[in-house]
Design a binder for this molecule. Sequence first.
Ligand SMILES: [Zn+2]
Length: 263
Amino acid sequence: MRFPLLGRVRPLARGLAAGAALALALALAGCTQNEMLGRDQLMLVSNDQMAQLAAGTWQRTLQQEGIDNSRRYEQRLTEVAGRVVTAAGLGDQQWEFAVIEDDSLNAFALPGNRIGVHSGMMEFVENDDQLAAIIGHEIAHIQAQHSGERYSQQLLGQIGMNAASIALAASETPAANEIAAVLGAGVNFGVLLPYSRRHELEADSLGVRYMAEAGYDPRAAIRVWQRMMQEQGRAQQPEFMSTHPSDQTRIANLEQTIRQYGL
Ligand SMILES: [Zn+2]
């Protein structure tokens, strides 16, 4: 008499072990201390590689969405962004800023020092201080190499998964595909999301320091996030906030940074 389950469990365990071992080896090799953040970061890709990866996305976004070149936006963005970049000590680098033609409340940062602010966000901010808070937050994402870290986590998850599914497929286990699919979903939904929230809080903390350093009012960072939270309750949900920390956590984190650094 055969126990079909045993035939499945062993290859599964072997596949998982192979995947986990490879993933662990890569994680150890790719773990670097980020002094600015005061924590370890998984980094399997270089800044240059990330900048190259992002170049196409940036060009496509500009082409598909369209750039809003109206002078009132352009001048304002250039002036405020220039001040925040200089205050962050990044004035010697090349930066690209663009206003994207889009009514939604959003802004984004891509590796390679590229920052897009939607026209909806340009309209939404009440003053330059609030715009500086948004720009500071986006510059902070780039400075903290959040994209590279996120990409590395996904890569690591994928590499571990591939190794596990190759081992499973080789075992001719009938359920291999199903198991691999479930494990894949676990990697996507279980492991990666908490990092996104952490990234947002880090970007808030660093960003408010940059904008305050540039002479903008740090309280404007709190004000603009509070106003965005009110917007969330309305029909138009800012995608900017989709994986963001809870309102209270975010405000408390900003308050603490302002106190801690005497901003
Ligand atoms: Zn963010």
